[in-house]
Design a binder for this molecule. Structure first.
Ligand code: ADP
Length: 401
């Protein structure tokens, strides 16, 4: 039977759970609901400890009632959470100890969370602080960003909750950089086109030789813009589908022959340097035919562009371990320095921007390859030796038989 103090503890625990549930139902904010739950649990534990000391109303021994333990509740939360009473840290879960230090229990909270904005925020009276969180930069490590929220659960008792915003901030910065880069890449050929069209409309346009030369430049720049817009559209299409696993059956050997034929037409004599090596009995892969064609097109195209003229570009399709299928594209060139390799799949990253542009590159080819391979749950490996050449390997799953 539940009675007396045990009943109050049980009721307080239930109130904490119900408050958290209502908060979640009302706001759909898991963090807020967790704070309410932790706060409620903390209040219960405090009430119980006060009750044990002051109220002299012990539970009947052996009544089987369990107090709501605070520590397991705190430890169940994956974000750093610190409990503060009268300005001192009285509890902290493992993620909080990892960020703030293992010895913060008992410390003044302004020493434990060593950050000027956090100190100001935590020193404010509750009615001034309100429920809005603050942003902290550089806590734990220089480039880490946090959102911190303090909730008063009883007079003098605070639950301080830190939410890691580092990844979200990096993603937002990448998005902003991407828009800025794309606009810059589009503006350059556009300015050139406008300049030449203006000159053509003046006296210079009356000279047939100049007119022909300028019109050729305008055509090349417009073609560059078209390639860029096509690549940007490809990227957004691939990203929109990234969680849909492609299910068609694609024979990579047949696809490699088709792509080689297409490149032979668009890349002149360099197409003759492509050597196709197909192993016997390689299984078809589960994939999206158009996207895999784009992968081969971009990788063989790069090997043709950046490889030395007249040297072979070898394309090998072979079986890998455990029903995997591998496509390897190798070229002979001056290669890529190791520090560039991890960044090659970033949008608009080029080792030599001038060279890439003069060869018709958009700087998006490898980013597109990476996204397509990720959508196929495959693997992309780039290896290069300076002075020798580059080898790119794509590994994909064979289609189920
Ligand atoms: P781009 O349109 O500039 O070729 P990519 O995204 O396809 O863009 O490639 C990014 C950069 O990686 C290129 O600008 C180039 O500097 C480098 N790169 C890609 N493939 C090769 C290769 N096979 N050999 C040498 N460098 C390469």
């Amino acid at each position: 039977m539940i009675e007396g103090f045990a009943l109050r503890t049980w009721l307080a625990g239930m109130v904490a759970v119900v408050t958290a549930t209502i908060m979640f139902a009302y706001s759909r904010d898991v963090q807020l609901a967790l704070i309410a739950l932790v706060g409620g649990a903390a209040a219960t534990v405090i009430a119980r400890s006060i009750g044990d000391n002051d109220l002299a109303e012990p539970d009947a021994p052996g009544d089987g009632d369990q107090p709501l333990e605070l520590a397991p509740v705190l430890e169940a939360i994956l974000d750093p959470v610190v409990m503060v009473r009268d300005g001192r840290v009285i509890a902290a879960n493992a993620p909080a100890r990892l960020v703030l230090g293992q010895h913060i229990i008992g410390e003044d909270v302004r020493t434990a969370i060593r950050h000027p904005a956090a100190s100001d925020y935590l020193s404010m009276p509750t009615n001034e602080r309100g429920s809005a969180p603050i942003e902290l930069v550089g806590l734990g490590a220089q480039d880490r960003r946090w959102q911190m929220r303090a909730t008063e659960t009883a007079p003098g008792t605070l639950i301080v909750h830190l939410l890691d915003q580092t990844g979200q901030h990096a993603a937002e910065r990448m998005r902003v950089d991407f828009v800025a880069n794309a606009s810059h890449e589009l503006r350059t050929p556009l300015s050139s086109i406008l300049g030449y069209v203006e000159t053509l409309s003046e006296e210079a346009g009356e000279d047939p030789a100049i007119r022909r030369r300028f019109l050729n430049i305008v055509f090349d720049e417009a073609t560059r813009m078209e390639r860029l817009v096509e690549d940007l559209m490809s990227l957004s299409r691939i990203e929109a589908e990234k969680f849909r696993l492609p299910s068609a059956t694609v024979d990579l050997g047949v696809l490699a022959i088709e792509v080689h034929e297409a490149l032979r037409h668009s890349h002149g004599t360099r197409g003759d340097d492509v050597v196709l090596r197909m192993d016997e009995g390689v299984l078809p892969v589960a994939g999206d035919r158009v996207q895999l064609s784009q992968v081969l097109h971009n990788l063989i195209g790069n090997a043709m562009k950046y490889g030395r003229d007249g040297t072979p570009v070898t394309v090998t399709v072979q079986a890998g371990a455990r029903d995997a299928v591998m496509v390897r594209i190798e070229d002979e060139s001056e290669g890529i320095a190791p520090e560039h390799i991890p960044r090659l799949t970033e949008r608009f990253y080029r080792v030599d921007a001038g060279r890439s542009r003069s060869l018709g590159g958009t700087g998006l080819g490898l980013a597109i390859v990476k996204h397509i391979v990720e959508r196929h749950r495959g693997r992309l490996d780039i290896a290069s030796t300076l002075g020798q050449g580059t080898r790119v390997t794509v590994t994909l799953r064979a289609a189920e038989r």
